[in-house]
Design a protein around this ligand. Structure first.
Ligand SMILES: *[C@@H]1O[C@H](CO)[C@@H](O)[C@H](O)[C@H]1NC(C)=O
Ligand SMILES: *[C@@H]1O[C@H](CO)[C@@H](O)[C@H](O)[C@H]1NC(C)=O
Ligand SMILES: *[C@@H]1O[C@H](CO)[C@@H](O)[C@H](O)[C@H]1NC(C)=O
Ligand SMILES: *[C@@H]1O[C@H](CO)[C@@H](O)[C@H](O)[C@H]1NC(C)=O
Length: 485
């Protein structure tokens, strides 16, 4: 293998007459959109095509599943979901305060993350200071003396948003990558007692916080037995939610990697869920991949398979083939990029160290991209993947551009799916043209295309007096609203 490969590599330049320049290798069959003006001082407008035909929709793999033709076909479609993760650590280094969230863009907001007790399964807040203690004043964070009967913090702000936007549901997201690490869910939710403790306390938080549902983020069941435990956990959560209000919703953040999907009893899980959030991102990254690649591509590359270790369509078709109603599936989109330093481009090796540092190594907020003036943005309409590369810094960043977000929204519509969700809301841009969420919901047809389902406002059993009887007083938004579409 090795020798054939080396020979091919050695011979190729002669076959094609000359060594292929790095740029052309990278951008073959790709529409190169020259950096938009707002992205950097050296940017110019317009698009150019580099070395090859522009992909058209007909080049794409045919969908395995035929989308239902319209909304009244009994597939349960009443409009699109638009779901944003709100991270409670966003109020610190990121300085993203809930009043800055454009809550009107969403049908659901997920507060992330709560954790659970490994002995009892009981859910607890990982940061009560952020969730229920801090106040968001005009001058920034304020810290009143904590009062166990009063919910300040993000929880109060989310409740305020629900009053302002009656179609907005808020959910409690439990788990996530960090709190699932070291097989914690798999190890400690093995017993019925721990799963019962989890479900009961999760529902209690929903009721105390004035929320509308639970999102379980178990990353990931490692064996079929773990998968069954997840299904049983969801059954119990559903039961507990039903006791409060059958309208309350239950979802999970679901994997796109085949090795993880295989452990899920998909239809056993589906019975209990209102919707699935398929995490169509993190397909490649400097901490875990062999080659620089696309991190949220929809289609696999046949020309350069090393650039697409995973693809969304492969995962999506697995869930659909198992029998999940496409309208219950929301497509995950990143509001961040993953960078690879010291690389000649997609499908090539890289050296981790040379990437500028983001919030975590190799991860960057979308609003800080492209990283350098002179980064050239590429948008591959065939794979539904985009990013930037700079031959001088030799840094490649995989991330969604506004145009890619729109194409992905069109895919969601074409395939008859249920909507979109984003990780995570603090990282988006401020103008309607460049804001990723806005580009997607505009493609859907604006807020009027949203699934309509009223939230709940009465929580007589909440342990917080101000949720139990809402006075309606709080900090007022101060930001430029986008136009409602
Ligand atoms: C780029 O587009 C903007 C907005 O359409 C326009 O104002 C500007 O003159 C254009 N710049 C160039 C270099 O074409
Ligand atoms: C389905 O809906 C779209 C947009 O809402 C509309 O343009 C189209 O004509 C509808 N198709 C059918 C078969 O009703
Ligand atoms: C988990 O629950 C046990 C039993 O109630 C308790 O002793 C322990 O402190 C809890 N752990 C955490 C991290 O809250
Ligand atoms: C809102 O923000 C704008 C711009 O930052 C500022 O000029 C204005 O004074 C603020 N208004 C209030 C009521 O804080």
């Amino acid at each position: 293998m090795y020798s054939i490969f080396s020979i091919l590599l050695a011979v190729l330049p002669f076959v094609s007459g000359a060594a292929i320049p790095v740029n052309e290798q990278l951008y073959r069959n790709v529409v190169v959109t020259v950096t938009e003006r707002q992205y950097g001082p050296s940017g110019t407008n317009g698009t150019a095509t580099a070395g090859g035909p522009v992909a058209t929709p007909s080049d794409r793999a045919p969908p395995m599943y035929k989308p239902p033709s319209n909304t009244t076909k009994g597939d349960g479609f009443t409009g699109y979901r638009s779901i944003g993760y709100l991270v409670d650590w966003g109020i610190y280094g990121r300085k993203f305060f809930p009043p800055m969230l454009r809550a009107d863009q969403f049908t659901h907001i997920m507060l992330s993350f709560l954790n659970f007790n490994v002995t009892t399964g009981e859910v607890f807040m990982t940061d009560p200071a952020a969730d229920v203690q801090v106040k968001f004043g005009t001058a920034g964070l304020e810290w009143p003396t904590p009062d166990p009967k009063v919910a300040n913090g993000i929880v109060e702000q989310m409740f305020l948003m629900k009053h302002q936007y009656r179609n907005l549901k808020t959910m409690l997201s439990i788990g996530g990558w960090t709190y699932s690490s070291e097989g914690k869910y798999n190890k400690y939710l093995k017993t019925p007692e721990s799963r019962a403790g989890f479900a009961k306390t999760a529902a209690k938080f929903v009721n105390d916080f004035g929320m509308d549902g639970i999102d379980v983020d178990w990353e990931y069941p490692d064996t079929p037995e773990d998968g069954l435990n997840l299904a049983d956990l969801l059954r119990r959560c559903r039961e507990e939610l039903n006791k409060l209000d059958p309208k309350f919703e239950l979802s999970i953040a679901a994997p796109c990697g085949p090795k993880n999907i295989v452990n899920l009893p998909i239809m056993e899980i589906d019975k209990h869920l209102d919707f699935w959030n398929l995490m169509a991102y993190d397909f490649a990254g400097s901490g875990f991949s062999e080659f620089a690649g696309h991190m949220s591509n929809f289609y696999p590359s046949t020309d350069d398979p090393k650039s697409t270790p995973f693809s969304y369509v492969a995962a999506l078709d697995t869930y659909l083939a198992a029998g999940v109603n496409p309208r219950k599936i929301n497509t995950g989109m990143p509001i961040y990029g993953r960078s690879f330093g010291g690389t000649d481009g997609l499908g090539k090796s890289f050296s981790v160290d040379q990437t500028p540092k983001g919030w975590e190594p190799g991860a960057h907020d979308y609003k800080s991209l492209p990283l350098h003036a002179g980064d050239v943005v590429f948008e591959d309409e065939k794979l539904l993947a985009s990013g930037s590369y700079n031959p001088e810094t030799r840094v490649l960043v995989s991330y969604d551009t506004p145009k890619m977000a729109r194409l992905k929204a069109q895919f969601i519509m074409d395939r008859g799916l249920g909507g979109a969700f984003w990780w995570e809301t603090s990282a988006d841009r401020d103008t309607a043209e460049s804001n990723l969420v806005q580009n997607v919901i505009k493609t859907f047809g604006g807020q009027k295309s949203f699934q309509q389902k009223e939230n709940r406002l009465d929580y007589p059993e909440s342990k917080y007096d101000n949720i139990k009887s809402w006075s309606g007083e709080s900090v007022k938004w101060n930001r430029t609203e986008f136009e409602q579409i």
